[in-house]
Ligand binder design. Sequence first.
Ligand code: NAD
Length: 451
Amino acid sequence: MAIQYTPVSAIPKIVANMKRSFLTHRTQSLEFRKEQRKASSAIFLSVRALLRAVNENEDAMVEAIRTDLNRHKDNEIPTIKKAIQGFIDNLEDLTKQTNVAGFHEKDECSIRLSPLGTVLIIGAWNFPMMLNIEPMAGAIAAGNNVVLKPSEVSAHSAQLLTQMIERYMDPQVVQVVNGAVEETSALLKERFDHIFYTGGTEVGRIVMVAAAKNLTPVTLELGGKCPVIVTEHTDIAKAAQAIAGIKTLNCGQVCLTVDYVLCPKHLRESLIQGCIATWKHMFTEDAGSCATYPKIINARQHARLEKLLATVKQQNTVVFGGRSDASQRFIEPTIVTGVTLKDEIMQDEIFGPILPIVDCDNLQDAIDIINQNEHPLALYVFSDDKAEIEKVIRETRSGGVTVNQIATHCYNHNLPFGGVGNSGIGNYHGKFSIDTFSHKRAVMIRSQAHL
Ligand code: NAD
């Protein structure tokens, strides 16, 4: 399915309209941002309208995600709802000014969070609802206008999102631009007050270069190779279950998925058997004939993974899986051993259901390997030993850490979500979204009586 792209010639006008609309200052009012205030055109504008859009289109959203990704179990919508509800419940608190002491005791000094203006949000395809709606909710809650560019790769989701926004949201507050490289490049020529991008690191660089020309601040939510350390002090069956589960969620097309495992040699076999047992339980003996096994998003991504599999078969040992079928966009859950850091599989983010296991002699060895790579978006440890856990946290760097689970830190909106170094710049979720989409304005008011 192809979505209708926004004509490139229309893009400057769309952006100019949003900027003009921001200058009406309507979005400054919390009531306006939060409540269902019906505009004359019967379009609700506000965070609550966004929640209503999600609530009333849940089935259609699940279906669009299923069509795009063959993901049968939805895990995006409850998270989205919780995130929006969090803004509704806490908006006063999240946006209130902080009063601070002045030079003079009669000075009124405060830090006020002011909206940035018109924000460009560029979403990725792998969680096609969440990666658009959550940043958008944060930007609106902070009082901004939004131009949203969903990924063209998840076309059904982009189409539905466009319809939802057109139907429920005030066009003076949110506009959707659909398209691919040409349209996104046209958007990036415009001057925004902030750009929030989710996607791969290479395009992240393109976004940042374009933003630099206008000194536009950016948030870059990127990817990377997220490692998991399995230590001797762990229940290996539970670790295997968690690792195998995340590696096939979305067919491994998850920014927070485990990219590779660092494991002591003598635990390797138990880990492999645990992963295989988990996959057989989830997808029967043959994932290829299991209707609920997810697909690779498109032919281009499938071809990339097939090429990687071919190299892996030459350089490493495939101990499980290894099959693929381009006509079904199928890649079998695959485990690879005999892996060194120089191998192809260790160069870039895998973004598919191929799991390399790297042998390590001890915990220090595992930490040293992690520190030879770029800082990942997340790092995981399976261990029951507090000292081991603290050592890993202290001696490595990553966007976030989850211990004895995978990716769960991302679902707690009291925690910031974002990368560090090559895995990203900035963060969002809950209060951190408000910070990202606000300017901390220093205000000092001295009364005339004290001049
Ligand atoms: P993608 O292909 O959908 O690209 C992301 C966005 O960039 C899209 O809107 C696309 O239209 C636009 N784009 C693509 N090429 C462009 C170009 N040359 N110029 C301007 N814009 C362009 O998504 P992707 O990059 O394949 O996404 C997968 C990557 O995203 C992985 O690396 C993954 O780890 C990362 N990711 C990160 C997060 C996070 O929250 N940190 C979440 C999801 C995905």
